[in-house]
Design a protein around this ligand. Structure first.
Ligand SMILES: [Zn+2]
Length: 287
């Protein structure tokens, strides 16, 4: 079973339009991450005779690490929606009225939180806080509504360039899924092309798409790296993230000013120490 059989080739996708109706192949354990619609579509698909988790294990460059339902999933599926969560599809397909209802439900939940904290949600300063917070949360998690196809669009170019490409200091803001408080910092992305390059601004868009979801920094790092690997089939990909976690800083577990560094190296960055060192050298870091 070769890598090519199993990974979805983005070049075969129609990158110019958003076709939400295409067969939906979000990999996940026993449908845990599917909406109902998606499950039905999956059973109709003829791509999948091997159980997904099995295939993923064979395929994942991370297969030597402890299994995680996230890192073992190929990041790209046929409609370009990567690693969505339960309900992500509902959210994407909601109409205006449904969106409004969602906002209202969120707001009333926030009101309960305020009450339980001992506050008075009716006092002037808090009157519109539940609605404001609901909208803010939807914005902080807007990455669930993005998919790779829309993010990449027509920005994959054939190019005979085989030198390292690095975009560093991409700012990101994300939400820690354990505490629902922000973590933020910088993403550095490097890759060595193999006939294909991606428009530079798209690297930042890709990071933004994954960051605007409930995350842990380790997964965010891997998702960006694995998505790039699938999109470009490059010689190698390296992603380094430096993050400050409010859940740690504000509780004194992490000193403010310090940061958490995670990295994911694939292909030649993983295999060749020299390549990895060149990348880290160009970042100007001793990691
Ligand atoms: Zn946290």
């Amino acid at each position: 079973m070769s890598q090519n059989d199993l990974s979805h080739d983005i070049s075969k996708l129609d990158l110019t339009t958003s076709n939400q109706d295409s067969p939906h192949l979000i990999p996940t354990e026993q449908g845990a991450g599917f909406t109902k619609t998606a499950q039905i579509q999956l059973t109709q698909s003829n791509h999948e005779s091997v159980p997904y988790h099995h295939k993923s294990i064979l395929n994942s460059p991370l297969h030597t690490r402890p299994a995680s339902p996230y890192t073992l999933k190929p990041p790209i599926d046929n409609d370009g929606l990567s690693w969505p969560s339960l309900g992500a599809r509902d959210r994407i397909e909601s109409n205006e009225e449904q969106n409004l209802q969602r906002e209202k439900r969120l707001a009333s939940a926030v009101k309960v939180i305020l009450e339980e904290l001992g506050e008075d949600p009716e006092r002037e300063g808090l009157l519109e806080t539940p609605e404001r917070y609901a909208r803010a949360m939807l914005y902080f998690t807007k990455g669930y509504e993005d998919n790779i196809r829309d993010v990449i669009k027509r920005a994959v170019f054939e190019e005979d360039h085989d030198e390292m490409v690095i975009v560093r200091d991409i700012e990101f803001h994300s939400l820690c899924e354990h505490h629902l408080v922000p973590f933020f910092g910088k993403v550095h992305i490097g890759y060595i092309p193999n006939k294909k390059v991606l428009g530079l601004s798209k690297l930042a868009r890709l990071a933004e798409m994954y960051a605007r979801r409930l995350q842990v920094q380790e997964r965010l790092t891997k998702q960006i790296a694995m998505a790039l690997k699938e999109i470009l089939k490059p010689q190698g990909v390296a992603v380094v993230i430096e993050g400050t976690h409010m859940c740690m800083v504000s509780r004194g577990i992490q000193k403010s000013g310090s940061s958490t560094v995670t990295s994911c190296m694939l292909g030649c960055f993983r295999e060749a120490q020299k390549t990895r060192e060149e990348f880290l050298g160009l970042l100007g870091k001793r990691l």
